[in-house]
Each structure stands twice: as structure tokens, then as C-alpha cells.
Design a protein around this ligand. Structure first.
Ligand code: GLC
Length: 686
């Protein structure tokens, strides 16, 4: 008998294996369906309302908006709760979060007492807790190329999430970014799909900490996202559209991160807001079927449940009645719906639905409406489909051990979390330029200096701003400038330098004058540039999408162009007249245009050109200051190896290259694609 033809989903190979090759049975292909019988046993005891409740994921603030408050969990049989970007207790301390999650978890839904999933965007540490260790965002982890370090970071993040009473992290993002105008570039590990496959695998293994012999997921549930090609949208528009005529190329460039995550047993996949050829992924049966559900043709394959993004149904509806898009999404394979306030208001426009309460009752009534339609109705959701979705969800909850009365003691991973965060911050830095002064490179600093001049925009003390080092998704959805909610473990550049510099070295921050005593033998200048924190579409720039881009135009007015303000530039020029070395550090969520000026002017004044040394620091997190100081003073040496300090993305020569939407690593570059200023993998050593 001809053996079943299996499509080997190895990137860059043809995706059809010959009939005689049998794929290695991936060790997690059945990890969740192992619990199928037990899950079905529970499903068979549940009412339809209880099943619909298990498919409902809702935010803390939404639940509190319900007139029943947290008792709405029982009333609507809610299966999962999320802390959305701005949800937080009165103060976001660990103990306050623990108290809140304890209260929430005490509300178990349905007569089957099915435990809740509690999800949060722990995308670079347990970011919504004060004094948390914040690791570099994924763009920085991509620059470390250090898969074992990424594994450790995921394990510590999982520990911190569980310590706060949550059990689900909406991570990792496995986007492959082609256009840096996208506000979510920093959430990506880079644009080499092979690297992303490896990073995704290690992240999921570290975070979920599965014991395959005991069939238990001991860490936190991951949610690999956003399926699929979220980083490929036209003009880098967040939640935008991917225009493609070459499905194989799209798959080869965007699917490897999912292969990595499936091979590690990720328990959920979050479906992207974006569209492919104008069909939103939330209702895109072709892509969901082809790359998530065809288990007999994909190896490794996905065995968990799918979850929509926040208010994705109303975003995908585009004027159509809510219940129609809802049915299309669930029938396309969406198991759990992350209900947003926008959904509840949008339901009011649906003439078929009579519940206009803008509450969870309206949402659940919408599913019920579709279930009760006649079998011939195109928007009918069958009971079998509902049972299938709830079975997927319960399989994962069973694999997580949530039903076990005795929860194991929470044990921290090995090592020191802050030391790991410092190592990650150091390995994430990329040295783009390091000119010689005589035959001495600008860094590391070896001269016996007396003065360190810290230069930053007059109204933005970047040398002492841990919040800017951390970027978006930190405490609040959009992140926050300044040092609030950080402790003595966190370091700004100023504190990092103070820790290193000998007592007789004077650190002058934004020194107004240049005194004669400053000379090239006793003074260095560290010039700081940064993007302010932003998240999602609020970070979109220059992409003609009037919807979101205009909202945030003022904060990112220069788009991808990074340049010194006139005040700082004047000082830099005067320092250069004295031959004082200028070391520039860029804090950003993406590669920027650093060799040209936005307005007319002499490009020799552009940051890269005027500096003696230039460090791309990305968003290095709470240990970023110490890492930067260590790198400048040689306590840490740039390695430019396969495992540290090299670009995860190409670096653009100019904005035209960015606007091609094909500025990608040479591993997937086409002849027609631009050749960047610096390639993926570039970095100088010291
Ligand atoms: C957001 C993001 C997604 C996040 C979710 C919950 O809109 O797209 O990455 O996990 O909502 O906060």
C-alpha cells in the first residue's frame, strides 16, 4: 500500500516529501490530544451555554464592566481571562497582582468547575508587574542569536508569570518583518526564518517546560503569534493586508517560526488581525486549514487551540453583521474568541441580534444565534464544531494540570534572573561603527579619562530613562518613559556608568557648557538617541495608513529618520573640533535611517557619519544601562559571532529600501530585493 504522502514542513525545501520518506514523529504532535477522551467526557456533561463560555476569553476590565462584576465569570461560564495592556490593580506590585489573580481564580466557571486560563502579554518578562526583570525585546534577543539564553529567558518569564498567579503568556511572536515602518518590528526575532524557527522552539520549550513522560505542561501555556505573515503587510501597516501571488514564498518566509513552536508543543496559536489578499486571517479558512489543521500532512503539526486577537471579529467584519463573521471565524477553526469592547458595541449593528446590552450576554447570544440557525444557513455553527473547539481547549487545560487539586510547588529556574537579563542585554548590542583614533579604536575606552559627557535631547534625559530602554508592553500597553516602577536591580545608562566609572571621573549629563579642561585625552562624549516607547499601530510610521498613523504622528514625527537635535549637534561639532571621541548609542525598536538627514542638510551631520563609534542597543530592558556601560568600557567585549552581537535584521541604506517592503536577510532575498547597508549577521567585535 502506498504509504501516506506526508508533506515535510521543512523551510526552503520543496514541501512535498516522496511517499517513502516517513517524517520523524514529532514528540509533541499528540501531546494535547492525548487527553481527548477525558476532555470529551467533560464536554458531554456540559450544557451548550457552558461550552460557549469556555470559548470566551475576556479582559479583567471587561469583566469588571459587567453589572455582576467578577460574578459574571460564573454567570457566563467564562473559560479564560486576560490582563489587557492597561489592566492592572491599584498599584501593579507583585502582591497586588497575586491578590487579584487569586480573587479571579476563585470564580470557577460552570457546574464542571473548569479552571480558568489567566493570560497576559509577558513578551519580554512579566512586564505588567512593578520591579519585574524586563529582558530585551525579541529584536534584541534575535541579535544575541543565543538559543540557550532565549530558553532561559522564557523559563524565567514563565516562573514570574506563574508567581503572579497567571498561567498563559501571549508569546512568542514569530513574525518575519519586511518593512520597518511596522510598529511591531521590535516584537520580531528578525527576518531570517531559519533563525526564528530555532528561537521559537527554544522559547516555547523554556516557557512550557513540558515533561513528556508524565504528559504535563509545568510552565505556562504559550500563544505563538500572530498567525500568519503579520510582519509582511503592505507598507508595514499594522493589522494591514499582505498582497501575494506566491503562496509558497509566503509560506517559506513566514511559517518556520510556527514549525519551531509546533516542534516544541506550543499549546495555542493567536490568529493575526491582518489579511492575506484581503481575507482576514480570523476568517481565512484556507490558511488556517492548510497550516494549522491538516494534521495528517504537516509534521510537526499543531495540537493545541486557536485564539483570536482582541476584538478581531468586529475588525474582520468590515460592515457585515457580527454573527456572520463570528460564524465564519469559528467555522474556519477559531476555537476561542478574545472578546473586545469593540465587539460588544459592534454587535448592536447586527439586525439579527436583539441583545443590545453591549455586555457579554450579547456576545454569547450571538454564538447561540448561529448555533440555532437551520443546517442550510451559511452561518450555522454546528454543535459538533462547538464540541470540537471546547475539546481543544479542555485538552490543553488538562495537559496543564489545571484540574489537579494539588498544584506543584513553584520552583525558580536555575541561575540568577538579573544576571541573565544583563547577559542578554550585553549580547543584544550591535556595534555598527568603531573608528580608530590613531591606532586605538574609539571603544573600549582605555584612556585614563576624567570626564564623561552625556548628551541627549534637552527635554528627554535618555541617559537616565529605564522606561525608554524597555519600550512598549511595559507596565502599560504603550510603555512609559522614566524610572517609575523600577528597583535598584534596574540600571539606566547613568547608573550603569556610575557603577563602573572610578571616583575621579566626572559624569556630566547635558553639560550646558564646554569648558577648556575637556580634551581628547581626558574626555569622551556619549550621545544618546531613542525612539520613545510605543506599541502596535501606535508605532506605525510613514505608511499612509491614516487610521492609526495619524493618531501618533506627533510622537514619531521623524518616522524612521533618527537625527540629533540642533542643540546637541552644535555641541557634538564643538567637541569634534577638540578631537573628543563621540560614542553614539541608539535605543530603538527597529533599524533606523542614521546616515541621512530627514531635512536638507549635510549628511555628514547624520548620527552614524558624525560618530566615532555607534552602538545599536534596540530595547535592552532593565539591565540595558549596565550592559551599555560595560560594552563601552570593555567590561564586556562585542563578539560579532554566531551567538552574540550581530544584526537580526538588515540595516537600510535609505528610506527607499525600506519602502520596497522587501528589505530582508540574504537567506530569503530575491534578485529584485535591495541590498542593505549592513547585512543580517553584521556586527563589529572589540
Ligand atoms: C493585542 C495584540 C496581541 C495581544 C492581545 C492581548 O491587540 O495584537 O499581540 O496579545 O491584543 O493584549
Amino acid at each position: 500500500m502506498l504509504k501516506k504522502l506526508v508533506i515535510m514542513t521543512l523551510p526552503f525545501l520543496s514541501i512535498t516529501a516522496t511517499a517513502e520518506t516517513q517524517p520523524p514523529q514529532n514528540q509533541y504532535n499528540q501531546f494535547y490530544s492525548y487527553y481527548q477522551d477525558k476532555a470529551k467526557e467533560i464536554v458531554n456533561k456540559m450544557t451548550l451555554e457552558e461550552k460557549i463560555g469556555q470559548m470566551t476569553l475576556v479582559s479583567i476590565s471587561q469583566i469588571k464592566n459587567e453589572k455582576e462584576g467578577l460574578n459574571a465569570i460564573e454567570k457566563y461560564n467564562i473559560g479564560a481571562i486576560l490582563a489587557d495592556g492597561n489592566d492592572m490593580p491599584a498599584t501593579p506590585s507583585l502582591s497586588d497582582w497575586q491578590a487579584l489573580s487569586r480573587i479571579i481564580s476563585s470564580h470557577t466557571a460552570s457546574t464542571q468547575h473548569i479552571p480558568l486560563l489567566l493570560g497576559t502579554d509577558a513578551v519580554h518578562g512579566n512586564q505588567h508587574v512593578a520591579n519585574a526583570v524586563i529582558f530585551p525585546h525579541n529584536i534584541g534577543l534575535g541579535a544575541t542569536h543565543d538559543t540557550q539564553l532565549i530558553h532561559q529567558i522564557a523559563a524565567w518569564t514563565a516562573y514570574d508569570v506563574k508567581l503572579s498567579g497567571f498561567n498563559w503568556a501571549f508569546a512568542p511572536t514569530v513574525a518575519v518583518v519586511h518593512d520597518f515602518r511596522w510598529g511591531r518590528t521590535y516584537e520580531s526575532f528578525g527576518s531570517n526564518p531559519n533563525w526564528i524557527q530555532n528561537f521559537a522552539r527554544e522559547y516555547v520549550l523554556g516557557a512550557q517546560n513540558i515533561d513528556n513522560t508524565k504528559h504535563i505542561l509545568r510552565g505556562v501555556l504559550t500563544s505563538t503569534k500572530h498567525f500568519m505573515a503579520d510582519g509582511n503587510t503592505d507598507n508595514g501597516i499594522d493589522e494591514g493586508n499582505v498582497t501575494t501571488t506566491n503562496n509558497e514564498q509566503l509560506r517559506n518566509e513566514n511559517y518556520p517560526g510556527y514549525i519551531g513552536a509546533f516542534s516544541a508543543g506550543t499549546g495555542s496559536v493567536m490568529i493575526s488581525y491582518s489579511s492575506i489578499n484581503h481575507i482576514p486571517l480570523s476568517v481565512n479558512k484556507f490558511y488556517l486549514d492548510s497550516y494549522l489543521f491538516k494534521k495528517d500532512t504537516l509534521d510537526p503539526h499543531f495540537d493545541g487551540f486557536t485564539v483570536s486577537d482582541y476584538a478581531a471579529i468586529s475588525k474582520a467584519a468590515r460592515g457585515k453583521p457580527f454573527h456572520e463573521t463570528l460564524a465564519n471565524s469559528i467555522n474556519a477553526g477559531m476555537d476561542m474568541i478574545m472578546v473586545g469592547q469593540g465587539d460588544l458595541y459592534y454587535i448592536n449593528n447586527d439586525p439579527a441580534l436583539i441583545d443590545h446590552s453591549a455586555s457579554l450576554s450579547a456576545f454569547q447570544a450571538a454564538i447561540l444565534y448561529d448555533v440555532n440557525l437551520s443546517d442550510q444557513d451559511p452561518y450555522k455553527i454546528s454543535q459538533q464544531r462547538i464540541d470540537e473547539a471546547v475539546t481543544h481547549i479542555l485538552q490543553v487545560k488538562l495537559a496543564m494540570g489545571l484540574f489537579n487539586s494539588q498544584q506543584p510547588k513553584l520552583i525558580p529556574p536555575q541561575g540568577d534572573e538579573n544576571k541573565i537579563a544583563l547577559q542578554a542585554a550585553e549580547e543584544s548590542l550591535v556595534l555598527l561603527k568603531n573608528d580608530q583614533k590613531g591606532n586605538t579604536p574609539a571603544i573600549p575606552i582605555t584612556a585614563k579619562i576624567k570626564h564623561i559627557l552625556l548628551l541627549s535631547p534637552p527635554d528627554y534625559s535618555l541617559y537616565d530613562d529605564i522606561g525608554t530602554q524597555c519600550g512598549g508592553w511595559t507596565i502599560k500597553w504603550q510603555g512609559m518613559r522614566g524610572n517609575k516602577y523600577t528597583d535598584e536591580n534596574a540600571s539606566s545608562i547613568l547608573t550603569g556608568l556610575k557603577k563602573l566609572a572610578p571616583a575621579n571621573v566626572y559624569i556630566n549629563a547635558n553639560e550646558p557648557l564646554l569648558i577648556d579642561e575637556y580634551t581628547s585625552s581626558n574626555t569622551i562624549a556619549i550621545a544618546l538617541l531613542a525612539e520613545p516607547p510605543y506599541t502596535e499601530f501606535m508605532g506605525d510610521v510613514d505608511n499612509d495608513d491614516n487610521g492609526f498613523y495619524e493618531i501618533n504622528h506627533n510622537q514619531l514625527e521623524n518616522g524612521l529618520f533618527m537625527q540629533f537635535d540642533d542643540f546637541t549637534l552644535t555641541k557634538i561639532k564643538r567637541l569634534k573640533e577638540k578631537n573628543i571621541p563621540i560614542i553614539t548609542v541608539l535605543i530603538s525598536g527597529r533599524p533606523m535611517i542614521i546616515n541621512h538627514l530627514l531635512r536638507s542638510g549635510n549628511d555628514s551631520d547624520a548620527p552614524l557619519n558624525i560618530s566615532d563609534a555607534f552602538i545599536a542597543a534596540w530595547l535592552p530592558g532593565t539591565k540595558g544601562g549596565e550592559a551599555i556601560a560595560n560594552a563601552i568600557f570593555g567590561n564586556y567585549h562585542f563578539r560579532n559571532s554566531e551567538t552574540a552581537n550581530t544584526l537580526p535584521f538588515p540595516w537600510p541604506k535609505d528610506i527607499k529600501q525600506v519602502k520596497t517592503g522587501r528589505l530582508v536577510c540574504d537567506s530569503i532575498r530575491k534578485d529584485s530585493d535591495p541590498v542593505p547597508m549592513y547585512e543580517c549577521g553584521y556586527g563589529l567585535a572589540t
